[in-house]
Design a binder for this molecule. Structure first.
Ligand SMILES: [Zn+2]
Length: 199
């Protein structure tokens, strides 16, 4: 593909921005999309447009959804007395894939990193406290990542929840320190949940 070819070059640059895709993979994907009848290219562009236009945070837990409430919040079989606090929607996906948690989630939107300008006002601590104060929540599990910043975020959340009436627990240290939840396998997540301790 020639450097002067604007549309193709554009596609290559956008693809190479995606996580895990370097210039070589970008070229392979572009050739695949541009080959044959291009039905994949059209379907992909429509799928991307649809998620970009319709996906937003769940109004209750801030997980990603194309409805008002995400599938977890709108499922009456979930245990609304336990809230698992995570950093990102990817963490929700990791827990759901593991299948070991039957409560609800609360997505903070990241973790505290004051040096990078990520202060508490940018994370969903206040909506978390509001949810707990509405009543019916017996336990809040702090499932932020096992990193310094994740620990700091859990500590801040536990202070926010102090006196709210809900028990506050933290995932057990079964997870490899410094890693992210989405890399943990189902058994590791189940063990970390089972072994959670009072914060
Ligand atoms: Zn939700």
């Amino acid at each position: 593909m020639s450097e002067s070819n604007g549309a193709i070059q554009n596609l290559l640059e956008e693809l190479a921005e995606l996580p895990g895709i370097g210039p070589k993979s970008a070229e392979r994907i572009a050739h695949f999309l541009l080959g044959g009848d291009r039905k994949h290219a059209v379907a992909l562009s429509e799928a991307l447009r649809a998620v970009a236009d319709t996906v937003h945070p769940c109004k209750e837990c801030f997980n990603l959804t194309d409805r008002e409430l995400c599938p977890v919040c709108s499922d009456p079989r979930r245990d609304a007395s336990i809230i698992c606090v995570v950093e990102t929607p990817r963490d929700v996906t990791a827990f759901e894939r593991a299948g070991s948690f039957r409560g609800l989630y609360h997505v903070l939107g990241g973790r505290l990193a004051p040096l990078d300008g990520m202060g508490p006002e940018r994370l969903a601590f206040t909506p978390l406290l509001d949810r707990v104060r509405r009543g019916g929540v017996k336990e809040v599990i702090l499932a932020t990542s096992p990193t310094l910043e994740g620990d700091g975020t859990a500590l801040f959340a536990s202070n926010v929840l102090n006196g709210s009436g809900a028990a506050v627990t933290r995932l057990a240290r079964g997870l490899p320190s410094g890693s992210s939840l989405e890399l943990a396998n189902a058994q590791m997540l189940a063990d970390a949940l089972d072994g959670r301790r009072s914060f």
